[in-house]
Every structure is written in C-alpha cells, then in structure tokens.
Design a protein around this ligand. Structure first.
Ligand code: HEM
Length: 404
C-alpha cells in the first residue's frame, strides 16, 4: 500500500496522548462527514491502517468474513505483529473454531447460569455504595468501581478469596503500559503471572472439578479433544481482559456523567427514567472500548477505496456511537434515549460474551446509587486514562450525600 498524503488534518490515532489532548468528538464528526474511511499513515515503526468511522460501515464490517481477528483485535497488538493467543483465545479466533469455543463458553454466560453471580453483584454494589455515603471526599474509582468487575469475574471462575488481591495487582500492572508512567516489561511479566496462575488452577480443577467456568472448560471437549491447560488459562484471562477495565470505566463514566448532568440524575433518582434505558445510554456515552482492529483476509472496496488482503482495518465504536445519522444530538447525555442501538459491545460473531453481565453490573450500581444517594459532587479533578483503546478516567474524587 503506497502512502498517499492525507488531504485533511488527521490525529495520530496510535499515540495515547491524542485522546486526552484533543477534541476527539469534533475530530470524529469531521471525519464521518468528509472522510468516512481513510488510510492512517504509518507512524515511527508502525505500519499504516484503515480507519472506519460511520455507524453503518462499522456495523456492516463487524459481520464481514473478509476481516479476521486472528492477528489481534486491538490496534497496538496488530501493529506489533501477531497476537500470540490468535486461534486459541475466543476474541482472536475466527470461523468454525471460534463458533465451537463460543458455544462452549456461552453456556456459562446465560442469565440463568449467571443468576447467583448477579445476586452477588447487587449485594456488593449496595455494600460498597453504603460504605462511602456521607464519608466525605473519596475516589469512586478505587473505593467502588474497581471492587466490582474483578470480584465478579473471580466469582465466575471460583478464584479463592486469598488469591484475588494478587490477581488484581497483576492485572493493574498488566494494564499499566497504557499509562503515562508505563513499563512494558512489568506489564509483560504481570500478564505471564496471570497466565501461570490460571494454568495451575486449570490443572487443579481438572483433578477436582467444581461448579465454575474453569471446571467447565477443563472438562469440556471440542470435536472430541479436550482443551489444553494453556487454552483454558488464556480464555480465563480473556474474561479479565474483556470484563474488568471495560466495566470499571463505564461505572466511573456513569457517575461523572450523572454529576455533570444533574437533570438526568434527578430523572433517574425519581424514577422518571427507567434504569435499563439509563444503562444503555451510559454504555453509548462511555464507549469504553473505542475501537476494534481486524486484518483483511481478502481485498474489498469501500467508499471508493481498495482495501488489500493483509491491510489492518480499525472500526471506531466511539465514532459510530456518536454518528448523528443514527443518534439524535449524540453529545447529549439522554438517559431516555430510544432506540439506542449502540455498538459498545461490538456486533456480529464476536459480540461481547459478557454483555448481560456488563449490563447487570451497571444496573446494580445505578440502583445502589438511586436508593442510597441524593447528592453527588466532584471534590477533585478526575485523571484521564492515556490509551488509544480504552477511553475514560482512572480516578474520580467525589462526595456522596444522603439527605434524610
Ligand atoms: C467481546 C466490550 C464486558 C468478555 C467484546 C467486544 C466488545 C466488548 C466491543 C467485541 C470485540 C471484538 O469484536 O473484537 C465490552 C464492554 C463491556 C464488556 C463495553 C462492559 C461494559 C464484558 C464482561 C466480560 C466480557 C463483563 C466477561 C466477564 C468478553 C469476551 C469477548 C468480548 C470473552 C469475546 C467474544 C468473542 O470473541 O466471541 N466485549 N465488554 N466482556 N467480551 Fe466484552
């Protein structure tokens, strides 16, 4: 692919600082209008890639068999080469192997299978919010948002309580390469710790199965062949990768958006707007996973461009979720928005496996807030996350009050 000069002011979509230092929504608005699909030029040692911004195109490409996830589904990973988990981790496996693994894992994610986990989420949310009401200024990210998703995933996997602190610590380190003060080496060794931990747990559950997702994977067969402990470990880790940061960010974003839009908070608190509808608008507004990446398996044409086999293609959920041809006044936080067919959980064959759980976590949080809090206010500056993949804040200093 030759590198044509861009005929408009583009942003560097590889640089994490871009998403903190610029009016990204203004950028996407212009891109959707004038260059709905464009080739992002190569930067430093990174190759170029296609950028797809309109809702209709993003939605259609999620379904398109011309695109593969096996080299990775996150831009940074695909730019570096191949995802080492390609073909064994659900999110980065294509075709029939993906379908078989997904069917297997899906049985643990039905509303019925998750009933107990969801009850725990509700109890945990109620307790966490109750502990901070009237407690002065606190960091909502650390005291509440961070405590819910990892514990929920650990419940699903029956991770012993004593090990959860380690897992949380490793996961924070594994994600820290996205931060301004990052170290790639620390992040890599933390990821290895997590995988090793799950290999040991998979071996243990194979010997002594219980009633949890690891035991289910350990005793399952695909086409008559049992999964290896490495495959089990990588798919356990994928639940943390898929379900921890995304859920945490949407919870933080929910509280910030409700503080910044007091009319919407009042509507939610007084029951004028339905909690389920509010959950969908929080998910659209937050769009925790800004993009997914794919690699073209075969060439195809789009908006007068020719995508060649092997090209990297990025689908920008954050832009699609703010496409004014689908969402009226998209930069308004409107809890009663209907219809609200956002793409925050993706679309098509890789549609989020944990969507029911992600929604249940947000519903539990909003319910705990409306029943225990009357007034929420900021008492410091939220700290933005530096990333070209996840968008949001990792600290949120707030004060919650309940007027009697
Ligand atoms: C897939 C977002 C919560 C596990 C995805 C995808 C998105 C997404 C956009 C599609 C990726 C692609 O097409 O390449 C979110 C958001 C969440 C959330 C915004 C919360 C608000 C969860 C939870 C779990 C989870 C709670 C599990 C505990 C997964 C898995 C996949 C996935 C395993 C891969 C599915 C497949 O490839 O078939 N998620 N997710 N996610 N998510 Fe989520």
């Amino acid at each position: 692919m030759s590198e044509p000069a861009l005929g408009f002011r583009s942003l560097d979509l590889v640089d994490p600082a871009t998403f903190v230092d610029n009016d990204v929504h203004g950028f996407w608005r212009d891109v959707r209008a004038e260059n709905p699909v464009y080739w992002h030029p190569a930067t430093d040692n990174n190759p170029g890639f296609w950028v797809v911004s309109r809702y209709a195109d993003v939605q259609a490409l999620y379904h398109d068999a011309a695109l593969s996830s096996e080299r990775g589904n996150v831009l940074d990973v695909v730019l570096r080469g191949n995802d080492s988990a390609g073909g064994s981790m659900l999110a980065v496996t294509d075709g029939p192997s993906h379908r078989k693994l997904r069917n297997l894992m899906f049985s643990a994610f039905t509303p019925r299978a998750l009933a107990e986990v969801v009850t725990n989420v509700q109890l945990r949310s109620t307790e966490l919010v109750s502990a901070v009401v009237g407690a002065g200024c606190f960091d909502f990210a650390a005291e509440v948002a961070e405590q819910i998703p990892m514990n929920t995933i650990c419940d699903l996997l029956s991770v012993p309580s004593a090990d959860r602190r380690d897992l949380l610590r490793w996961n924070k380190m594994a994600l820290s390469s996205d931060r301004a003060d990052s170290s790639d080496l620390d992040a890599l060794s933390a990821r290895n710790e997590i995988l090793l931990y799950f290999v040991e747990l998979a071996e243990e559950r194979r010997r002594k199965p219980g009633d949890d997702v690891i035991s289910m994977l350990a005793s399952a067969e695909v086409d008559g062949v049992a999964l290896t402990v490495e495959e089990i470990a990588v798919n356990c880790y994928s639940l943390i990768l898929g379900g921890d940061e995304t859920s945490r960010i949407s919870a933080i974003c929910a509280v910030l958006a409700l503080i910044e839009n007091p009319d919407q908070w009042d509507a939610l608190r007084t029951g004028a707007v339905d909690v389920d509808s509010a959950v969908e608008e929080v998910l659209r507004w937050a769009t925790p996973g800004m993009h997914v990446a794919r690699t073209a398996r075969t060439g195809f044409a789009i908006h007068g461009h020719r995508v060649e086999a092997g090209d990297i293609v990025t689908l920008w959920n954050i832009s699609a979720n703010n496409d004014e041809s689908v969402f009226h006044q998209p930069r308004r936080f409107t809890l009663s928005r209907s219809p609200n067919k956002h793409l925050s959980f993706g679309h098509g064959p890789h549609y989020c496996l944990g969507a029911f759980l992600g929604r249940a976590e947000l519903r539990a949080l909003l319910t705990a807030l409306t029943t225990q809090v009357t007034r929420m206010e900021l008492c410091g500056k939220p700290r933005p996350i530096y990333s070209n993949f996840v968008s949001g804040y990792d600290t949120l200093p707030v004060r919650f009050e309940m007027s009697r």
